[in-house]
Ligand binder design. Structure first.
Ligand code: HEC
Length: 149
């Protein structure tokens, strides 16, 4: 008699365990949304970062592309990596008024001007820093965007 009740208890525990496992198996905790720390892989042929920055892309294509390429020399130098070569402050000043910088005697501006056969770059005095920033963001993200026609 004692033996049977022990067996019953064991059986009960087993059933409870199985039931618990079954419940856990079907319980999918909701995906947490919010801040994640990690690496998001971006497929090479899908420039999603660029489409997320369409103002910069538009400004670049309308105003800079005629003379600049991202990854190769054109009328002017390749602009990919420009923020590593030059400070933001310098870029703002140069884009807004390159002649002004050259006249002030800025050696970097004079050197690049001479290197490109003294072809004066169009000035964009109405461009705000925010607009130039968006162009720079587009250019920087172009590092992920390899093909260029
Ligand atoms: C008419 C042609 C032309 C246009 C349009 C033009 N650039 Fe330029 N850019 C040049 C040339 C040529 C140089 C080389 C420096 C010089 O000759 O003054 C240059 C140089 C630069 C430099 C300095 C590069 C370095 O390595 O120091 C930056 C930055 C730049 N351009 C950004 C822009 C941006 C941003 C636009 C669009 C808003 C633009 N350029 C539009 C011709 C142009």
């Amino acid at each position: 008699m004692k033996y049977i009740s022990k067996l019953n208890i064991l059986f009960l525990i087993l059933v409870l365990l199985l039931a618990g496992m079954l419940v856990l198996n079907f319980y999918n905790p909701p995906l947490k949304t919010g801040f994640y720390c990690g690496v998001v892989s971006v497929p090479y042929d899908q420039p999603i970062l660029i489409s997320a920055n369409s103002t910069g892309e538009m400004l670049y294509k309308d105003n800079c592309k005629s003379c600049h390429k991202l990854h190769a020399e054109s009328v002017g130098p390749a602009l990919s990596g420009i923020t590593e070569r030059r400070s933001k402050k310098w870029i703002y000043a140069f884009v807004q008024n390159s002649r002004g910088l050259i006249n002030k005697g800025d050696t970097m501006a004079i050197n690049v001007y001479n290197k490109y056969n003294k072809a004066e770059m169009t000035s964009f005095p109405t461009f705000t820093k925010a607009e130039i920033d968006s162009i720079l963001m587009y250019i920087e993200h172009s590092l992920l965007y390899i093909p260029e026609k």
